[in-house]
Design a protein around this ligand. Structure first.
Ligand code: AMP
Ligand code: GLY
Length: 420
């Protein structure tokens, strides 16, 4: 098969790496990819904002399967264009991707399907939104309706904080059109977990559960980021809870989307808060998580290509996923200044190995400079992953690999996978 991976982050490097190990693959391309992905795939310099151009390239180059990593091209209709070109796409249509693209739509799907989630209302005007937040003592999460690059949620502790967040979005327009509508929801407490499934629009196959570390500093302090590290399995989600999540959250969402004429083919990500009353959805994503995908795919033992193709073609019935019982930990190495404005162009040393056994370095914000050296070019630069016998061992191996990598201003958390 000839496969195209769309995207350029650590998630896409892990996908390309896993796909490249399949005996079914004759040619692997990535658009636009990054230098790490370039070691397992041929890079194609396409602009992902032009979804028609990506679909056209796939048709002209006789691609058999397009695997879409990030949400923005999905919400912009890339999977629809690829399907219209007669090529299976792993990733939902724009209509189905609205479950990530609009929080109000996602909440409406959850309400209709009886999926456990925080109580909420959606607003476009300030006064009723503030009144709703006040009535809840200000203990709410204020969420921009649209895509805001992971920065659209403010968790509030009192009415003044809630009013400030609402004013910034609805009046100040800090998220532009994405924040012209907001969801105000009950603030939940508990550990978080990421439960992701492959789905063909009807059937689902759960991936191993994972946990993400969203805050920039050790001990979950500081601002939220795209994710500073992840691990799998998570002791918070055993096999019974994962089965409950499949039955009460993922399958009902897939069925409700199908009922609305928006069948979801791809990876459906349920971001959960594990409350005292059971799991509650805090968000759905229309794609795999980053960095969760990196440790999850390190643990996947089956060939991923038949699973991706089956989901894309609408029939997962013959697919079984198989995960290594060992644990995997992934540590994000970020550039100085992340999650704010970052420097770029700093030379990276040690990322190409030699690496310890069962360790992998996935590239995210990397580029080649004029001299051909690999340099930093984004906030999250690398994800360093390792397998081990249990989380502590996996974390120890991953940090051993981290110690071999160096770039100016490199920052990372020291407590990924529970390591104090
Ligand atoms: P999201 O962008 O929806 O993943 O939200 C970002 C973060 O905000 C989540 O990872 C949670 O830590 C937090 N969050 C979102 N919704 C709630 C909620 N209802 N209660 C408490 N925290 C929340
Ligand atoms: N790591 C969280 C996400 O991918 O949304």
């Amino acid at each position: 098969m000839r496969i195209l991976v769309v995207g350029s982050g650590g998630r896409e490097h892990a996908l390309a790496w896993k796909i490249s190990r399949s005996p079914l693959v004759r040619a692997l391309y990535a658009a636009p990819g990054n230098p790490g992905i370039g070691r397992v795939a041929e890079l194609v310099p396409l602009d992902l904002r032009d979804v028609d151009a990506v679909a056209r390239w796939a048709r002209e180059n006789r691609i058999d399967l397009v695997v879409v990593g990030p949400e923005a091209p999905l919400v912009a209709g890339l999977a629809d264009r690829v399907a219209a070109a007669g090529i299976p796409a792993f990733g939902p249509s724009a209509a189905a991707a609205e479950i990530e693209g609009s929080k109000a739509f996602a909440k409406d799907v959850m309400r209709a399907a009886g999926i456990p989630t925080a109580e909420y209302e959606a607003f476009t005007a300030l006064a009723p939104a503030v009144a709703y937040a006040r009535a809840r003592g200000g203990r709410v999460a204020v969420k921009a309706d649209g895509l805001a690059a992971g920065k659209g949620v403010v968790v509030c502790g009192d009415p003044a904080e809630a009013e400030e967040a609402l004013r910034a979005m609805l009046v100040g327009g800090i998220h532009g059109a994405a924040g012209k509508k907001v969801v105000v929801e009950e603030r939940l407490e508990g550990p978080e977990a990421s439960c992701i499934a492959f789905t063909d629009g009807e059937r689902v196959r759960m991936l191993a559960a994972a946990q993400d570390h969203k805050r920039i500093f050790d001990g979950d302090r500081g601002p939220n980021t795209g994710g500073m590290g992840a691990f799998s399995p998570t002791p918070n989600v055993g096999p019974e809870l994962l089965a409950e999540v499949e039955r009460t959250i993922v399958l009902p969402a897939v069925r409700e989307l199908a009922r609305r004429g928006r069948p979801f083919r791809g990876a459906l990500y349920a971001g959960l808060m594990l409350t005292a009353k059971g799991p509650r959805v805090i968000e759905f994503n229309a794609r795999l998580g980053d960095p969760e995908t990196q440790p999850i795919l390190m643990r996947m033992r089956n060939d991923v290509v038949p699973a991706l193709l089956a989901a894309a073609q609408g029939d997962l019935s013959g697919v079984t996923l198989d995960f290594d019982p060992r644990a995997a930990v992934g540590i994000v190495l970020a550039a100085e200044g992340y999650p704010g404005k970052v420097a770029s162009g700093d030379a990276i040393e040690g990322a190409d190995g030699p690496l310890p056994d069962d360790a992998q370095v996935f590239h995210a914000g990397t580029a080649r400079d004029a001299a051909g050296r690999v340099v930093t070019s984004g906030g999250r630069v690398l994800t360093v992953c390792a397998l081990g016998d249990g989380l502590a061992d996996a974390a120890r191996r991953a940090y051993e690999a981290v110690a071999r990598v160096r770039f100016r201003g490199m920052q990372f958390r020291k407590d990924i996978g529970g390591r104090a």
